[in-house]
Design a binder for this molecule. Structure first.
Ligand code: A3P
Length: 310
């Protein structure tokens, strides 16, 4: 009961913040949103985009590319400060496309001067990563078993950090279930359509491709966010190095503030940084069930072959 009140309160707070941002924060030339479903490689992309925008390797990425909904909800940034940030403004968001927290979105696209980099990861690896995260983070402290988590994730009701809110654009937040936005499939399919229809503005990046060929991935991101550095191979290589799992983990884990957010014995934000860890977690029945759900939910979308078959 207490948990559901807490999660409802979080959801309502997110809705209010999203609504305020969609009314009061106009998009500006150079704005870049890094948009993900949680645990898809957001922090990795924040590092890449910050460095492509001229920042040094040890930039405080959470201040340079703040998690915009949380920054307002926790008063770390005021609306005025967000408005006045120097260009290019970089933001992280976990919002569904229809809740993108910036004014001037149409039903089909972000404002014309705003660019978006979306990172998408195999949902089974997202589910595993989010499970450890939800257990570790004091603010969530998930107590359930893996089997319960699996069901919650498949049913779109797994607790998310600052769950993306329903109804920012006219919904009442009551009629629509919160689960619609903690559902990986609705979140991903919503963004997929925007990326497909507006490739000049919205870049679709797969976590697995970043792992397989980080240099090519960083170059693709550069083409969207800062074309002037696309030919600068030494910079791109430096970014690949500084944003490698080992380098980022070392910098992050050394920071006391990051550790304070975690329960004792909890996993680091930089846990494994691999693809396919789901194979070590899902039972045969869970693999079969999730495979079926993937086929059903992705049917006709163009994403049918985007993720490895079992
Ligand atoms: P795992 O828990 O599977 O290790 P986010 O930043 O969106 O919260 O995503 C966190 C996940 O991305 C974690 O996955 C983390 O280890 C992984 N990750 C973060 N930085 C990475 C990097 N530089 N290279 C590969 N994976 C990275």
């Amino acid at each position: 009961m207490a948990e559901s009140v807490k999660s409802r309160a979080t959801s309502l707070r997110t809705q209010l913040v999203t609504r305020a941002l969609r009314q009061c924060l106009p998009g500006r030339d150079g704005d870049v949103f890094i948009s993900t479903f949680p645990k898809s490689g957001t922090t990795w992309m924040q590092q890449v985009v910050c460095m492509l925008s001229g920042e040094p390797r040890d930039v405080d990425i959470q201040m340079r590319a703040p998690y915009i909904e949380a920054a307002i909800a926790t008063c770390v940034f005021s609306m005025q400060r967000l408005r006045e940030l120097p260009a290019p403004r970089l933001f992280k968001t976990h919002a569904a496309f229809e809740d993108l927290p910036v004014a001037g979105c149409t039903k089909a696209a972000p404002p014309p001067n705003v660019k978006v980099v979306i990172v998408v990861r195999d949902p089974r690896d997202v589910m595993v990563s989010l499970y450890y995260h939800s257990k570790s983070i004091k603010g969530i402290s998930y107590q359930g078993t893996w089997d319960e988590w699996f069901d919650d994730f498949v049913n779109g009701v797994a607790p998310l950090p600052m769950a993306a809110a329903s109804g920012a654009d006219g919904g009442d937040g009551e009629g629509k279930s919160d689960s619609s936005k903690s559902d990986w499939f609705s979140h991903t399919l919503g963004w997929w359509r925007v990326a497909r229809d507006h490739p000049e503005q919205v870049l679709w990046v797969r976590y697995e491709d970043m792992l397989a060929d980080p240099l090519a991935s960083v170059r693709r991101v550069a083409q969207l966010v800062n074309p002037s550095v696309v030919g600068d191979d030494s910079l791109l290589r430096e970014i690949v190095h500084a944003s490698s799992f080992g380098e980022m983990k070392q910098r992050h884990d050394a920071c006391e503030e990051n550790n304070e957010m975690r329960n004792a014995g909890g996993t680091s934000h930089f846990r494994k940084g691999q693809s396919g860890d789901w194979r070590r977690h899902l039972s045969a029945a869970q693999r079969e069930r999730f495979g079926r759900v993937m086929v059903e939910r992705l049917k006709g979308s163009g994403l049918e072959d985007a993720f490895e078959q079992d």
